[in-house]
Ligand binder design. Structure first.
Ligand code: FAD
Length: 418
């Protein structure tokens, strides 16, 4: 039975929103006419807006009690967009003209709220999607959620758009002696400002954009930060010739091969920042853009941290061997006392925990690949937005493509209904 027939049958019973009893448990069931979008972050909002513009209704399910929960709840106070605003705006509504090139977190949040208002997007909040399964019998997705009181609801829809982000869950590596360490160990998602660390020795683990910026914030608040740099890292100046490095790179890529652009970026970085290796920040053998393309590893855009490293306000350490009460032992044998540890160790997606079959492998270009995310479009009306490691720009591109794709089926199904 096709989804539309199923919907009619359900409508025949005068229920759009009905209660079913499964294994003694009451589950509310809701039939959704358009796509269900999981996640009300920038990606989910962008997808809903693009659909709305095409006259297609959608329903967003969000586990938090607000939109853009990562930006509202899990980011530090001094955060500004890492990339210039023209690469971060969502489809169909540019940033206000008076916003600076790198909007603050508060400005970005104000923009997202205005975006949701403008497109009249009202996500269903405090609903965590706990499973999503494709029902071949009725050609539809069955998306189960849990509410705050563990109440279950099943949403039935023809299209499922996953917009839960690449940062759904904090990643914290296990380090020997972690339980023994007496000071606080927190993830950057709980870090707000350096003011509570004034005068303290703080170890920041991880040298991505967040780790570098948290170190700068700590240093500005008169803490004594040390940065653990285990791997190689590309640090680029945020601006070159008064233009954003990212924008310049995008422009050059239109004319030159990636390796040529990488060579140019590295030469300029050397001239502007000097040899970062002499401060313990060794560069990978592969250039910054090629590395991002091949492995998704984002280069660090320096917002002033390097100057504090050069002046000795921020120390650079090797990888951690083990922790003790107050002590940290590094792989080079050095030991030092710390009052707190901040893990800037990133996030991961948790889609495989709830999307059935997403941990399986399929073949693409003759190579085995994870079934999810396999680009923006999967099988049986499954879509993914914001999973291509290209930030907000990538999410916007995905959202537009998805809306166009669904529009074809939407129009076709409307024609057959007439
Ligand atoms: C500190 C930081 C700064 C960044 N700066 C930039 C930048 O300047 N430019 C740029 O392009 N990119 C940037 N990024 C990367 C990326 O663009 C952002 O992470 C962006 O928020 C991704 O949007 P999203 O909607 O895909 O995911 P998120 O913002 O993570 O939103 C996903 C939503 O899904 C919800 N969710 C997750 N699981 C479930 C579930 N099972 N059920 C229901 N809801 C669920 C979450 O609660 C969340 O609200 C930054 C990332 C970080 C961490």
């Amino acid at each position: 039975m096709l989804f539309m027939e199923y919907l009619k049958e359900v409508e025949g019973k005068r229920v759009h929103d009905y209660v079913q009893v499964k294994m003694g448990k009451m589950t509310r069931a809701v039939c959704v006419a358009g796509p269900v979008i999981v996640g009300a972050g920038p990606s989910g909002l962008a997808a809903a807006a693009c659909l709305k513009q095409k006259g297609i209704p959608s329903l967003i399910l969000e586990r938090a009690d607000c939109i853009a929960s990562m930006w509202q709840l899990k980011t530090y106070d001094r955060l500004c967009l890492h990339l210039p605003k023209q690469f971060c705006q969502l489809p169909l509504m540019p940033f206000p003209q008076n916003f600076p090139s790198y909007p603050t977190k508060q400005q970005f949040l104000a923009y997202l709220k205005a975006y949701a208002n403008h497109f009249d997007i009202k996500p269903t909040l405090s609903k965590t999607v706990v499973s999503a399964d494709y029902d071949h019998r009725c050609s539809c997705w069955r998306v189960k959620t849990e509410g705050l009181k563990k109440e279950e609801t099943e949403y039935v829809c023809e299209w499922l758009i996953v917009a839960t982000g690449e940062n759904a869950e904090e990643f914290v590596p296990q380090i020997e002696g972690m339980d023994e360490f007496e000071g606080p160990i927190l993830h950057t998602s709980s870090y707000k400002s350096g003011n509570m660390f004034c005068g303290k020795n703080v170890l920041v683990v991880g040298c991505g954009n967040s780790g570098m910026e948290v170190c700068l914030d700590l240093s500005n608040h008169n803490a004594r930060p040390s940065l653990v740099v285990r791997d190689t890292v590309h640090i680029l100046p945020q601006q070159m010739f008064g233009k954003s490095t990212f924008g310049l790179a995008m422009c050059l890529l239109k004319w030159f091969p990636i390796r040529v652009v990488d060579k140019f970026l590295l030469l300029m970085s050397h001239l502007i920042l000097g040899n970062t290796a002499q401060y313990g920040l060794h560069r990978p053998k592969i250039g910054p853009l090629e590395l991002k393309n091949l492995y998704g590893k984002t280069p660090v855009l320096d917002v002033g941290t390097l100057a504090h490293i050069k002046s000795g306000k921020i120390k650079v350490c090797r990888g951690i061997k083990q922790l003790a009460q107050q002590k940290v032992e590094f792989v080079d044998g050095k030991t030092e006392n710390f009052d707190a540890i901040i893990m800037a160790t990133g996030y991961r997606s948790i889609v495989p925990t709830w999307l059935k079959g997403s941990d399986m492998f399929c073949e693409k270009d003759g190579l085995p690949r994870k079934a999810f995310p396999n680009g923006w479009k999967g099988e049986n009306g499954l879509y993914a937005v914001g999973f291509t490691k290209r930030g907000l720009l990538g999410a916007s591109i995905d959202a537009k493509r998805i809306a166009e794709d669904i529009e074809h089926c939407w129009k076709a199904s409307k024609t057959t209904q007439v």
